[in-house]
Design a protein around this ligand. Structure first.
Ligand code: 13P
Length: 250
């Protein structure tokens, strides 16, 4: 049985004080114990948020990125080992903002996935097409290529640990959520590509999250789609009541 997950990606938002208040409120309001809740604060907040979450059933911590090298002279970067050492078990890799603003390619992202897994850090690997891709009807091809180059060189054992997030770039922060038809269509396509590469068991057990303008109003219908196993939430994860309501809509 694949895991049901709601993850909050805070991106470059919150101060430490505000972030910790957000976690406190969330711990009081999210009552759904049947799913895994993941919080992805900025690197600099990870250790403090880890302290707050310590021992809280059903909550885990993620970083928003990691470097592909184990360690070394990479000023300003953060390694997978460092992330694990402060208590995070997950890392978002390949977010479209990393791809677009920081030039991260599928080849680099594959290296990051390998390094994360080597440190027992579970990758939440993001894929998703641009608005131009969708209007040119090449969205399936784009996502297929991201999966192929970013993940499909992994051995089966390693791949089986990975979580995938489908985040159409045109839906991120725009209010233009994918329809259930669009989300289910892409999730089903991703699962079928995994099936072709790694077989039915693995494809049925891979959690595929949807991200892109998920809010308290649309979460329920998105999460009800057969191949949508949860969400990766941006803006709405910064409001405790709304994020709790998304969590509770499973
Ligand atoms: P929004 O929920 O703000 O659209 O962001 C989604 C996202 O990028 C999560 O990683």
């Amino acid at each position: 049985m694949r895991k049901k997950i709601v993850a909050g990606n805070w991106k470059m938002n919150t101060t430490l004080t505000k972030g910790l208040e957000l976690v406190d409120e969330l711990l009081q309001t999210s009552t759904n114990d049947s799913i895994l809740k993941i919080i992805a604060p900025p690197f600099i907040h990870l250790a403090s948020v880890a302290d707050k979450l310590n021992g809280k059933e059903g909550f885990e911590l993620a970083a928003q990125n990691c470097h592909q090298s184990a360690n070394g002279a990479f000023t300003g970067e953060v390694s997978a080992e460092m992330i694990v050492s402060v208590g995070a078990k997950y890392v978002i890799i390949g977010h479209s903002e990393r791809r677009i603003y920081f030039g991260e390619t599928n080849a680099t992202l594959y290296q990051k996935v390998v390094t994360a897994l080597a440190n027992n850090l579970v990758p939440i690997f993001c894929v998703g097409e641009s608005a131009d891709d969708r209007s040119a009807n090449v969205h399936l091809e784009t996502v297929k290529q991201q999966l192929k180059e970013g993940l499909f060189n992994l051995q089966l054992d390693d791949f089986s640990k990975v979580i995938i997030a489908y985040e159409p770039v045109w839906a991120i922060g725009t209010g233009a959520t994918a329809t259930t038809h669009q989300a289910q269509g892409m999730h089903n396509f991703i699962r079928s590509e995994i099936n072709k590469k790694y077989g039915k068991d693995i494809s049925e057990n891979t959690s595929i999250l949807y991200g892109g303008s998920v809010n308290a109003e649309n979460a329920k219908e998105l999460f009800a789609c057969l191949d949508v196993d949860g969400g990766l939430i941006g803006g709405a994860s910064l409001k405790a009541a709304e994020f709790a309501s998304i969590i509770n809509s499973f």
